[in-house]
Design a protein around this ligand. Structure first.
Ligand code: ADP
Ligand code: ZN
Length: 744
């Protein structure tokens, strides 16, 4: 017997191996194996096909070892991974690498943790210990109040060499040591919440009735649930997951970034307790492997996780929810497979006949379009739950404000300051958004205009006042602030633009009493930092939460009655077809954080472009109108969702080489459908990142001509999957991105 194996390499090529006698019958499709690869190396791959005979005349090598005793996927999941491989033009070996924890094997057992428990001990023994072995005595003292075994590791602060001391005490019979599997601790990702009594409103009941009808029917009936922030979508998800559980089905709940949404994870925990698994990219390999095994063993009813949770091996999935489905983080940018988890969710839903709900307060343009062409069923929830009302929104024209106050450096308008003061007096809370971290995003010379750039990227460096450094936000390159200008030796450096650190500094000056916290990438690097900040804010220990887009998502604080957007124009003019959509969604979402309880909310949006359609319609919270404007633009320019799109990106150290390879690929394209639009090759708007020059070719296939995207796929497969495209070229790497999220 022979087996075709796919390895995690960037090629579609599968390799044929002989199955040794001892493994016959044990090797099946979907099982991972190890085999010699190249002259000296062993590699792990997955069996994609079994064959009795092969035509190949050369020497065929043997498979060396089996990693899994049984296929780690059921049929549905295997089909799903195959779909991902085909659709995103990504070899199966690579898809497996992304979908399955590296450490996994069926013989895997989780790391052990040593626990200690005190035994009964006479007073004489204790006194003796105190005199002869003070260290051992101290440890016994630390265990004084103990009622259950505790991890030895948790006794670190008692002294040095704790494990050795425990061993000695064990020999003397004073303690018992045991070992238990160490279970991942996800408490840093969940916010503890009280269970509350839920009484569904009429609007909510209607939604539930409609959705519930499709639970357990084993039919594909996908929904777009377009519900205002605060309309109770999360309560509905929880309710549906409970209903699914009653029908002995499992649920997958996708969140854009689980570390940013500890509240929602916490709400599931409050209801499902240990029957919820948390799945996200920051888990350690051990945690992943352990959780994966538990999911396979059927220990969970619900998996709450970030995008890769769509691949978890839950059996009998009856419900899939994609919350805030418009979020860019559902798309994996790198490495391959460059999949869009929202679309993978729809396919998994279809394959397993699960009720699939894409949900959000500001749907993606794609889903909004799919609703229009009836590919998605649509449910709207217009009202916030309970007494909560839509906030009142004010736009402040900052150009006018500067003229009127004759202060050209102001960060806060008079209106915003007034409202903040008012909230501080009323002991209500404030959220402020500035979607740029650092102190100032541009450091330039006042005399000659020279801008400090990253050495590796064609991007200005951001000044970070806290660390007194300039940093590149793409590659993390850092540099001291120079004393004088490199170009003209002038000494007048100008700190331009606004970052969160600058806003923080000004806030402290304006409101010295204010209890303020800044939440951005720089303050949340340590695991659990996020949840800690939110917990403090939730408990009212802080007045103001200032941060980047990470504060706009999924937060629900009743006492927040004011949201301020310091500069709404950030990101608005990026040269990308999604720039407007993203800006609209961000403003709309952050506005929704205001007035979620009984007290009415207000929003102040500061902008230099008060007449810009995106800003204006976001401030009016007018989704329909904005989406129609946006769809018209996309239609004119034949962008997604009116065309199927793909991007081929070339990168390398030498610009001329990159350009040449891109030209060669363009030239080599065969059997091009007439209607296919090809743009480029052209330098990417962000031309150089991490020392690499970047070029791209963009393909657009209008849906009028290519209804299901089959034609563009055939074309891409023919040209880009096999040689000469895949031919290795020294110095230039190439990749394909199907349905690209950005063209930057
Ligand atoms: P969304 O997910 O749509 O933003 P949430 O589910 O977070 O909305 O609901 C907003 C707030 O209203 C939450 O505090 C939630 O617990 C509460 N809420 C929503 N629906 C109900 C209900 N039927 N009964 C009690 N509280 C509710
Ligand atoms: Zn850089």
């Amino acid at each position: 017997m022979f087996a075709d194996i796919s390895f995690p390499i960037s090629s579609y090529k599968v390799f044929t191996y002989r199955i040794p006698e001892k493994f016959s019958g044990k090797i099946q499709v979907g099982v991972r194996v190890r085999a010699p690869f190249g002259p000296k190396r062993m590699a792990q791959g997955v069996v994609v096909k079994l064959q009795k005979k092969v035509d190949f005349k050369g020497k065929i090598r043997y498979i060396s070892a089996i990693v899994d005793e049984t296929p780690i996927f059921d049929k549905t999941l295997w089909e799903l991974l195959n779909w991902v491989s085909r659709y995103y033009l990504s070899p199966m070996g690579q898809v497996m690498k992304c979908a399955v924890p590296q450490k996994l094997s069926s013989t895997y057992s989780p790391a052990k943790q040593l626990m200690v428990m005190k035994n009964e001990m006479s007073n004489d023994d204790l006194t003796a210990l105190k005199e002869k072995a003070p260290k051992q005595f101290r440890l016994m003292e630390a265990l004084e109040e103990q009622e259950e075994p505790i991890p030895i590791a948790s006794l670190k602060n008692v002294g040095k060499n704790i494990s050795a001391i425990c061993r000695t005490l064990e020999k003397k019979g004073f303690v018992t040591i045991s070992s238990v599997p160490s279970i991942p601790d996800s408490s840093s990702l969940t916010l503890k919440l009280l269970k509350k009594k839920i009484t569904f409103s009429k609007e909510q009941r209607n939604v539930i009735t409609e959705l519930e009808e499709h639970l357990g029917k084993r039919e594909f009936y996908p929904y777009l649930l377009h519900g205002a922030t605060g309309s109770g979508k999360t309560e509905i998800y929880i309710h549906l997951a409970k209903q699914a559980e009653e029908r002995k089905q499992t649920s997958i709940m996708l969140l854009p970034e689980i570390a940013l949404t500890p509240q929602i994870a916490g709400r599931f925990r409050a209801v499902f307790g240990e029957r919820v698994a948390i799945w996200h990219s920051r888990m350690s390999p051990v945690e992943r492997a352990w959780t994966w095994n538990q999911i396979c063993a059927g220990a969970y009813s619900v998996v709450v996780g970030a995008r890769s949770a769509i691949f978890t091996p839950l059996r009998n999935v009856g419900l899939i929810i994609v919350d805030e489905e418009q979020e860019g983080s559902y798309k994996q940018e790198s490495p391959a497979p460059r999949y869009q988890a929202r679309d993978v969710a729809l396919i998994r839903g279809k394959l397993s006949g699960a009720l699939t709900v894409l949900a959000g307060a500001t749907p993606s343009i794609e889903s909004y379009y799919n609703k229009a062409v009836k590919k998605l069923n649509y449910i709207r929830m217009k009202y916030r739950y309970g007494k909560a009302k839509y906030p009142q929104v004010h736009i402040v024209d900052m150009i006018k404000e500067r003229e009127e106050t004759e202060d050209y450096r102001i960060l806060f308008s008079r209106l915003l300051k007034e409202k903040i003061q008012d909230r501080l007096e009323k002991r209500e809370q404030v959220i402020l958004l500035q979607n740029r971290r650092g102190f100032s995003p541009i450091v330039s010379c006042r005399d000659c205009g020279y801008v400090e750039m990253c050495r590796h990227c064609k991007i200005p460096l951001t000044y970070h006042k806290v660390e007194k450094l300039m940093k590149c936000h793409y590659c993390n390159f850092t540099k001291m602030v120079p004393d004088d200008c490199k170009e003209c030796s002038g000494t007048n450096l100008l700190l331009g633009g606004i970052g969160t650190q600058r806003v923080e500094e000004s806030l402290i000056q304006e409101f010295p009493e204010m209890r303020l916290v800044r939440m951005d990438l720089d303050t949340t690097r340590r695991s659990g930092a996020h949840a800690r900040i939110l917990r403090k804010f939730d408990q009212g220990e802080l007045d103001v939460l200032l941060g980047t887009q990470m504060i706009a998502k999924g937060l629900d604080f009743e006492n927040v009655t004011l949201v301020g957007v310091i500069n709404a124009d950030t990101g608005l003019f990026l040269p990308d077809f999604r720039a407007g959509e993203r800006t609209f969604q961000l403003i709309y979402q952050v506005a929704g954080r205001s007035g979620r309880g009984e007290k009415p909310g207000e929003v102040v949006i500061q902008t230099n472009n008060p007449d810009n359609n995106t800003i204006k319609l976001a401030a009016q919270l007018n989704i329909e109108k904005y989406y129609n404007v946006c769809l018209n633009e996309r239609s004119e320019l034949q962008y997604s969702p009116f065309s199927w799109m793909a991007k081929v990106e070339f990168a390398g150290k030498k610009r001329s080489q990159v350009e040449r390879v891109a030209e060669e690929v363009l030239y080599s394209l065969k059997e091009k459908p007439r209607f296919l639009k090809i743009l480029g090759p052209a330098p990417c708007p962000m031309e150089k990142i991490r020392g690499n020059y970047r070029y791209q070719i963009i393909f657009k296939s209008p849906k009028e001509k290519d209804k299901n995207g089959i034609l563009i796929h055939k074309f891409l497969e023919k040209n880009l999957v096999d040689s000469p495209f895949m031919k290795k070229r020294i110095g230039v790497t190439t990749h394909v991105d199907v349905d690209p999220n950005t063209l930057l």
